[in-house]
Design a protein around this ligand. Structure first.
Ligand code: HEM
Length: 128
């Protein structure tokens, strides 16, 4: 990765591994999120998300080398994601982000992105 990227600034690979590790520890026991994940082994999903976030923030391009264009909305189309799922996902990511030491500004930047991205993944109407 190039120096001066957000990826480097927040601590590089280990920071992203730590965030996603904590996130998936929550997913593993979350009654809303866990049933959405088709595979019994969450390890490969954890790896994909780690690679994606690292790449998004300026780190190695491993995600695209292995998976091609992210097309995240399309890749999430098989899963029913309403506001309940979005909120559960964001709550888990909030805990995960709280597990690493970021400056207030870094945390805000990361969090704003996650909120925007999670909103854009909603593909199912809310229950009335
Ligand atoms: C994959 C759920 C939001 C990034 C997945 C998978 C599920 C899922 C069930 C399949 C696991 C796998 O086999 O990889 C959700 C839910 C969300 C959400 C319920 C709530 C809004 C997001 C957001 C991002 C993201 C906001 C990015 C910031 C990814 C990536 C993959 C993935 C990179 C792997 C895609 C691939 O290469 O196949 N997600 N997701 N997800 N998700 Fe999400």
């Amino acid at each position: 990765s190039s120096p001066g990227t957000f990826y480097d600034e927040v601590g590089g690979a280990s920071t992203f591994q730590s965030i996603v590790h904590r996130f998936y520890a929550i997913v593993a026991v979350d009654p809303i999120l866990r049933p959405l994940y088709p595979e019994e082994d969450l390890g490969p999903a954890q790896d994909r998300f780690t690679m994606f976030l690292a790449q998004y923030w300026g780190g190695p391009r491993t995600y695209s080398d292995q998976r091609g264009h992210p097309r995240l909305r399309m890749r999430h189309a098989p899963f029913i994601i309403g506001v309940i799922e979005r909120d559960a996902w964001l709550a888990a990511m909030r805990v995960a982000l709280d597990g690493v030491t970021l400056t207030a500004e870094q945390d805000q930047r990361f969090w704003d992105y996650l909120v925007m991205a999670a909103d854009s993944m909603v593909n199912s109407p809310s229950p009335s």
